[in-house]
Design a protein around this ligand. Structure first.
Ligand code: MRU
Length: 350
């Protein structure tokens, strides 16, 4: 079954990648047309495309575009160029394992067909990118069903950052259960952390939930404790960029703080993610590389005037790791993993 999504797709002739520019949301729905590897690298790095599964899908389709202008008459040269471009895209952001996972799948198309001429590889590469997209849609739908099965009408769910349809393919992970619930007429309430410093919760999550008809309230990150204390949320649902073998989960900076608050208030904290985010090769959260981003995202971005002196030192890690001990369950397309995660993750994903 071939499916498309509006926010990452190929042009009609397959010669360009067209993406929704997430930096312009929520007020502007603008699309970028990309044909060069530098443009694709920049799109990931600058968060025009973001969200762990979405950058994997993007990179896979991106490789099909780039492959068309590689040396089609020389298989060895084609392979060299393909692997170099794949490594280059993979170097754009380090934390989400989905990027390397999807590029690895594309590289394996070459490895599995060592004697085919490059021209004959092109449709196979396109098919593999399509498979990655189709599988993500199926995984997000299943994750949303599992997440929804935990909720009852009237429940409130707090989420952090954006793990919605535009961060994936369709439905999303962390907010997928809420969107599915709205489709089925189940009354649920969402609280979306704005998510400093890049405001994915404000710009993207509240936008997606509002459009889906979910009762969503946007809060600043430092209001989560108050919302929990008020008894307004029964669950925390967050996405993930990489889940280590012991269940430690990297997600947007601030996620671990939400988990610590949730523990204090006795609110179950769930991580939702597809198998492409589970990385059994990474033993613990301490082994997950954490992206550091520009200091200007803290000092001056979004403000009419800078909010700090230009020479003030800033620390801007883009992700943090939530300790597995704070996680009530990891909701995947194969079911809900419970502690001890070393065993439950291995059972489903080894
Ligand atoms: O820096 P971002 O916006 O790409 O960070 C995204 C997140 O942290 C998401 O929660 C994660 O990628 C899961 S998306 C289903």
């Amino acid at each position: 079954m071939h499916q498309t999504v509006d926010h990452v797709r190929l042009s009609e002739d397959g010669g360009a990648l067209i993406i929704l520019d997430q930096r312009r949301l929520p007020l502007h729905r603008e699309y970028l047309t990309l044909t060069e590897k530098q443009q694709m690298y920049d799109a990931i790095k600058s968060l025009a495309i973001r969200g762990a599964p979405a950058i994997g899908i993007f990179a896979a389709f991106g490789m099909t575009v780039l492959a068309r202008s590689m040396p089609l008459g020389d298989r060895a040269a084609f392979d060299r160029e393909f692997l170099a471009s794949s490594a280059y895209l993979n170097s754009s952001r380090p934390t989400a394992v989905n990027l390397g996972w999807a590029l690895g799948r594309m590289e394996r198309v070459l490895a599995a067909n060592p004697t085919l001429p490059p021209e004959a590889l092109l449709p196979l590469l396109r098919q593999e990118a399509q498979n990655i997209l189709d599988e993500d849609i199926a995984m997000c739908t299943a994750i949303s069903e599992y997440g929804l099965s935990l909720l009852k009408p009237g429940d409130g769910v707090l989420t952090h950052c954006n793990a919605g349809p535009i961060a994936t393919s369709r439905y999303g992970t962390a907010i997928g259960p809420l969107i599915l619930g709205a489709e089925r007429g189940i009354r649920l309430r969402a609280f979306s952390d704005e998510t400093r410093p890049l405001l994915q919760g404000a710009r993207l999550t509240s936008y997606e939930l509002q459009r889906a008809g979910v009762d969503v309230t946007l809060i600043c990150d430092n209001m989560a404790s108050m919302v929990m204390k008020n008894g307004w949320v029964q669950f925390c649902f967050v996405g993930c960029d990489r889940v280590a073998a012991n269940g430690d989960a990297a997600n947007k900076i601030g996620t671990s703080g939400v988990a610590i608050l949730a523990k204090h208030y006795g609110i179950p904290f769930y991580v939702l993610g597809p198998s492409s985010t589970v990385d059994l090769k990474t033993p613990t959260g301490a082994d997950i590389p954490i992206e550091l981003r520009s200091e200007d995202e803290i000092r001056s971005k979004w403000y009419a005037e800078p909010m700090a002196l230009p020479e003030v030192k800033c620390y801007n890690p883009a992700f943090d790791v939530t300790d597995h001990e704070l996680i009530a369950g990891i909701i995947t397309e194969k079911g809900i993993c419970r502690p001890p995660y070393t065993e439950s993750l291995r059972k489903l994903f080894a």
